[in-house]
Ligand binder design. Sequence first.
Ligand code: SF4
Ligand SMILES: [Zn+2]
Ligand SMILES: [Zn+2]
Length: 303
Amino acid sequence: MECETCDNVAVISTNNGTFCADHFKDNFEKLTLETIKRYELIKNGEKIAVANSGGKDSLSLLYILSKYFKSSNDIISITIDEGITGYRDKTIEIMKRYCNQFGVDYQIYTYKELTGKTMDSIATIKKGIPCSTCGVLRRYLINYAAKEAKADKVATAHNMDDEAENVIMNLVQNDVQKMIRLGAYSGVVRDEDFVPRIKPFIFLSEKETMLFSILNGIDAIHTPCPYAGYGFRGMISRNVKRFETEYSGSKRSVIDTMLKIKESRKTITAQKINKCKHCGFPSVMETCEACKLKIELQNTHAV
Ligand code: SF4
Ligand SMILES: [Zn+2]
Ligand SMILES: [Zn+2]
């Protein structure tokens, strides 16, 4: 199989094209920059906080944003340490190494500081799927960290697989409000206490982000979180992959359908956003989900 741009052997063939290593890297960066431009994700002079787990996707995003936007924007890195032994401690070391290499300042915020407990401890206390609790706390802390850093936007490395999974999860849960908050530029309602999220990789697959990180020598660990793969998301993820194998292009179609629904959102009434009575951050309820968890965990005596 030959690269569609030169005579070299192709290393990948996806719906975005068939490329040799060099042309794949060029095309990956081009598609990322096109998404940023098309959805006006980054404006000149804005401070961008990259949500950086130390994994391949977020390091690739940090690499591209520092390469193309460091001269015009302030790029910083924010990492959430859930407190997962043998997993996050390793990725944090990698995150620090690459932030130093790319010349980007980093900050780390922990679940332990927020709730008094690590995720390992929370997983033994809370019944049900650890990821549900973890997701609430992470979203909260990322927003908190971005506000503290006075960032204009939070850039996350969600790829096409992640986004297609999010769409399907919301469809299955019949949650249109949550679904129309997805997309390259998250959210519908703007609020000064909520730092908007941008996702420059949502039109690039997991396979492509993985290859991009490898070809750029980003040696992130590929060991999954010990709590990953359980529950609803794990099941949706396996099925989205199966769908893509049998019907190539389905992930992209799922996202495009969601974007069309989002476009027509003028006919959908945006949910009213209140402020949490404890922390003051945007919340649909009187007490936000993170504060509810915080109160519950602080009243639980386990380490
Ligand atoms: S896989 Fe689940 S528990 Fe692990 S970091 Fe992700 S959301 Fe948290
Ligand atoms: Zn080529
Ligand atoms: Zn709150």
